[in-house]
Design a protein around this ligand. Structure first.
Ligand code: HEM
Length: 436
């Protein structure tokens, strides 16, 4: 469908204009539009007085994110994120982004990430002990909330380490809890969240004064130097990066685990294979990244969950200069949307796309589809900096919990998608933990 149309014609468009990508029902409508209009369409957005282009073909996705990435900056929806995250890695552009990414890339090197083994292991052990208590009382666990808490704990400890305990003791509770407890993602939340700025500034001052040695992202941010000027990161930028890592690293991973457990609970044959792989691996308290990456089937399960429910379900860009996508002319300044949710279920590239089949990710299957048909962590220079960390965290969580427990889904509420910035379940999932 991609390169057929001449560049002087317009792609198809729906009869009704709407603010595609920004309305609560965008995912639903986009599923329908992809079915009827195909790989490339555009929607007139009255509020903007312009067309937004929506693309689904891996070749076009590759063009926007990789081969012609210089022509694209982040697009609609990012304004809301900017209120929250200021000028952190997720939202910055140009020279500023390049400088920050260059400084922060080494933090996420495998050699560094594997040093978080104990931290990730201990966080899981603490949560598992708590769930054990709940399940002893015969109660189900609120999986959605627990995944959110667990991933928040891990990301916070990876950033501020043991200072989290001190700050929580001083504040009479985790001061960062607003990130999980406040599920509304509105302006009020944004302001509360920004007030954490002061807390981080105080922490930076304390660290600078104390001379203590820490191993965490904050220590790395404080030690980072610009490669040209040799200057440290300005404090404002540093705080924005801390907030960015908290948000980018927390809800995405929580949502991925939430969906993964749901899918496992619905597929006993997958669950059995997963158990067999994990049972055959040695039981280690703080397994290394390499240990976890040797769990080949567990990785396939996670990838398949990320295919069906990519937490970052919609990428958004804006074209600086005119371009051509799907054989159609895209004018300079156009917004372009890349719905990963639909790319990952594209019937031309996936057999039986709605089915949960982890074997799709077995090594002998990789060549059966284009490289750019699957990208839960995006691709190109702005791909997720935390991918290795996220995979490590998810693998270790499954390894630790599935070894001893089976999770049984309690269908007490309808299972509905909530596609906002991240793709989440609209209502929390409850699971009964059964000791294996
Ligand atoms: C399953 C978990 C995760 C998923 C699915 C995910 C997905 C993504 C995606 C799709 C992007 C690109 C967004 C865009 O281009 O508009 C991204 C960017 C980013 N992610 Fe992740 N992410 C995950 C976990 C993490 C973690 C654990 C961290 C850090 C601790 C992190 C930090 C970031 C940052 C800083 C960016 C911006 C990178 C840049 O523009 O240079 N992410 N992520």
């Amino acid at each position: 469908m991609s390169a057929a149309a001449p560049a002087n014609t317009h792609p198809p468009e729906p009869d009704e204009p709407f603010d595609v990508g920004s309305t609560d029902d965008s995912l639903e409508r986009m599923i329908g539009l992809f079915r009827t209009l195909g790989d490339t369409y555009r929607v007139y957005v009255p509020a903007r007085g312009s067309y937004t282009y929506v693309i689904h073909h891996p070749d076009d996705v590759k063009r926007v994110l990789v081969s012609n990435h210089r022509n694209y900056i982040k697009g609609i929806g990012l304004d809301r994120v900017k209120i929250l995250l200021g000028k952190g890695l997720m939202t910055s552009e140009g020279e500023m982004w390049k400088r920050q990414r260059y400084m922060m890339q080494p933090f996420f090197h495998r050699r560094v990430v594997t040093r978080f083994a104990q931290l990730i292991g201990q966080a899981n052990d603490r949560f598992i002990a708590r769930w054990e208590q709940i399940s002893r009382r015969g109660e189900p666990v609120n999986l959605t909330d627990e995944m959110s808490e667990l991933t928040l704990q891990i990301v916070l400890r990876s950033i501020i380490g043991t200072d989290l305990d001190r700050l929580s003791a001083e504040a009479g509770g985790n001061p960062f809890e607003v990130v999980t407890k406040d599920t509304g993602r509105n302006l009020q939340f944004a302001f509360k969240f920004r007030s954490l700025t002061k807390l981080i500034a105080a922490l930076i001052e304390r660290r600078r004064g104390s001379g203590e040695k820490h191993f965490d992202f904050l220590a790395m941010l404080l030690a980072a130097r610009d490669k040209d000027s040799g200057e440290p990161m300005p404090e404002r930028d540093l705080i924005d990066e801390v907030l960015t890592l908290i948000v980018a690293g927390h809800e995405t991973t929580a949502s991925a685990l939430n969906w993964t457990w749901y899918l496992i609970s619905q597929h006993p044959e997958v669950e059995s294979r997963l158990h067999a792989e994990i049972d055959a691996a040695a039981e280690v308290t703080a397994p290394s990244l390499a240990d976890m990456e040797s769990l080949a089937y567990t990785q396939q399960v996670i990838n398949e969950a990320l295919r069906l429910y990519p937490p970052g379900w919609l990428l958004s860009r804006r074209a600086l200069e005119a371009d051509e996508l799907g054989g159609y002319a895209v004018p300079a300044g156009s917004n372009v949307l890349l719905p990963l949710y639909l790319l990952h279920r594209h019937p031309d590239f996936w057999t039986d796309p709605e089915a949960f089949r982890p074997e799709r990710f077995a090594p002998d299957q990789e060549g059966t589809r284009p490289r750019f048909a699957f990208m839960p962590f995006a691709a190109g220079p702005r791909h997720c900096i935390g991918e290795t960390m996220a995979m490590y965290e998810m693998l270790m969580h499954l390894y630790k919990l599935a070894r001893h427990y089976r999770l049984r889904y309690v269908p007490d509420q309808p299972l509905e998608l909530e596609a906002q910035i991240n793709l989440r379940t609209r209502y929390p999932l409850h699971m009964k933990l059964e000791r294996r």
